[in-house]
Design a protein around this ligand. Structure first.
Ligand SMILES: *[C@@H]1O[C@H](CO)[C@@H](O)[C@H](O)[C@H]1NC(C)=O
Ligand SMILES: *[C@@H]1O[C@H](CO)[C@@H](O)[C@H](O)[C@H]1NC(C)=O
Ligand SMILES: *[C@@H]1O[C@H](CO)[C@@H](O)[C@H](O)[C@H]1NC(C)=O
Ligand SMILES: *[C@@H]1O[C@H](CO)[C@@H](O)[C@H](O)[C@H]1NC(C)=O
Ligand SMILES: *[C@@H]1O[C@H](CO)[C@@H](O)[C@H](O)[C@H]1NC(C)=O
Length: 447
């Protein structure tokens, strides 16, 4: 490019030079005055803009620092007696105007299920929640005082009447969290009436459900567990295919039970003993794996073990350690997801959790009938096959595996729901809601 363009002007040097020279001079003089003129004007304008900007920045900085912009006035109605709460003072304070929702874990951070939270908002980001602006902490001094947290959560097993916040604001939500069975942590007295605003438990009528199992239909919509699920009837489901029949053909043992806690308040161990006796009449038995039995399946090789077991066993026992409403743990998934039929035993209405014709209910059948039923099913392949029809229509998973049913996401979403946060909700009769009344009748534990 350089060579070619230099050749042209050289040839026309003489005539071109002169005219170019004059032109240059004229334009130089002209442009100099023009530039001077323009830049003077420009400098003036720039100075004015500069001054305005600087003033604005200082003004904003001043406003920011004097809390007009980053704080908002909220009315804090504090109570000194929080159980039952009675209003003593109402005054206005400036709260930091931030979109962060502060969740204070009042009880131990290390205890399940609080332990999964971690500190801060990392869990919400990690779980890819819709809202990630919740800040979880167990540091009671993070904010100026406890009335400034949006939510205070108490873990049921550690509920202690002698260790409660001393100040409370009416805008806060006090949350009762518990993933343990009501019968293991009964509340029998009226001590906790009018105290909690929200519940976050495995019970299906909780404000946020913190459960173990989720059911999806064939188009991957979560349809359960819920207080009323519109299941298909087994008769409307098509029979299972050859492939699945072949997988079920290798079975030759009645039932397996994985258990580590040998002495439970549900008394399941006594039930199993009784069941063994009746099964004996049919020459059948339950193989008990783990600490309470003679069969072993160490945790390290659990998966290998399970593969072998799904080849051999017709039934898996999914017996809960406590008989409480809606208390159904992931034990039932072990059966459902391993080509065996679960035999359930618990306080739940299982039609809220499982499709019809997918399980046997030990509690409603009783040991003697259950043994007979198991025998009949084992003897008749066609009946056994019916217990697998649901597989074409439903799918089961652990709750946490699903972002839609993820408890942590749901909780942060609730904290972000202005209407929900503002709406006054009070559990007036908490012991009745927690429904551990059977335990309360038997002994006077009280909590
Ligand atoms: C609040 O409760 C405390 C302790 O029970 C009681 O002494 C006080 O009179 C109550 N205040 C009101 C306004 O009811
Ligand atoms: C699954 O459930 C959703 C929501 O209830 C429903 O719209 C959809 O039709 C269901 N899919 C099937 C295959 O039943
Ligand atoms: C309490 O739980 C039992 C099952 O343990 C259930 O049958 C009963 O309906 C529940 N009561 C209330 C009031 O929810
Ligand atoms: C929370 O419960 C307390 C105690 O019953 C009540 O005074 C307060 O109004 C409730 N607040 C909200 C936001 O539900
Ligand atoms: C709570 O509900 C139970 C059961 O319905 C009832 O027996 C009890 O009297 C109620 N307690 C209060 C304080 O209302």
């Amino acid at each position: 490019m350089d060579g070619k363009e230099e050749e042209g002007p050289k040839k026309r040097y003489n005539c071109a030079r002169r005219s170019r020279y004059t032109n240059k001079r004229v334009s130089l003089i002209f442009s100099q005055t023009f530039i001077m003129h323009v830049s003077l004007k420009f400098i003036k304008i720039r100075t004015v803009y500069c001054l305005i900007t600087v003033t604005l920045i200082f003004a904003l900085f001043y406003l920011y620092n004097t809390s007009y912009l980053n704080k908002t006035e909220v009315e804090i109605a504090r109570v000194t007696t929080i159980r039952p709460p009675n209003e003593t003072t109402a005054y206005k304070v400036l709260r930091p105007k931030t979109t962060t929702k502060y969740i204070l874990l009042w009880t131990d951070h290390d205890l399940h299920p609080f332990v999964y939270f971690g500190e801060g908002n990392s869990i919400f980001a990690k779980q890819k929640c819709g809202y990630t602006n919740c800040y979880v902490t167990s540091n009671k001094e993070l904010l100026r005082d406890v009335t400034e947290y949006d939510i205070i959560a108490f873990n049921g097993p550690q509920l202690d009447i002698g260790d409660l916040p001393t100040l409370r604001s009416f805008h806060q939500k006090y949350v009762y969290a518990n993933i343990e069975a009501a019968d293991n942590y009964p509340i029998c007295k009226d001590d906790w009436n009018h105290f909690f605003n929200w519940t976050w438990t495995y019970k299906l009528n909780s404000d946020a459900i913190w459960g173990y199992v989720v059911v999806m239909n064939s188009s991957n919509h979560i349809i359960g567990p819920s207080l009323a699920v519109d299941w298909m009837s087994v008769d409307d489901m098509v029979p299972i295919d050859m492939d699945l029949k072949q997988k079920l053909a290798t079975k030759n043992k009645a039932a397996a039970w994985f258990v580590s806690n040998c002495n439970t308040i549900s008394n399941r161990e006594e039930f199993v003993n009784e069941l063994q006796t009746y099964l004996g009449d049919f020459n059948l038995k339950i193989d008990v794996y783990g600490a309470c039995g003679t069969f072993q399946c160490p945790k390290e090789i659990m998966n290998k073990c399970l593969v072998e077991m799904q080849e051999n066993y017709y039934f898996f026992l999914a017996f809960e350690n406590a008989i409480s409403e809606d208390y159904v743990t992931e034990k039932v998934l072990l059966a459902l997801n391993h080509n065996t039929v679960p035999i359930v035993y618990g306080g739940a209405d299982y039609s809220r959790f499982l499709p019809p014709g997918s399980y046997l209910n030990a509690k409603t059948l009783g040991a003697e009938n259950l043994a007979k039923e198991m025998y009949d099913i084992i003897e008749n392949r066609e009946i056994y096959y019916r217990y697998f029809r649901w597989r074409k229509y439903y799918r089961f998973a652990r709750r946490l595996e699903n972002p839609e049913s993820n408890e942590y996401c749901r909780f942060c979403a609730m904290a972000n729901d202005e209407n929900l946060m503002k709406e006054t909700k009070i559990y007036h009769n908490f012991s009745a809601w927690w429904n551990s009344t059977e335990m309360c009748d038997f002994n006077e534990i009280g909590k």
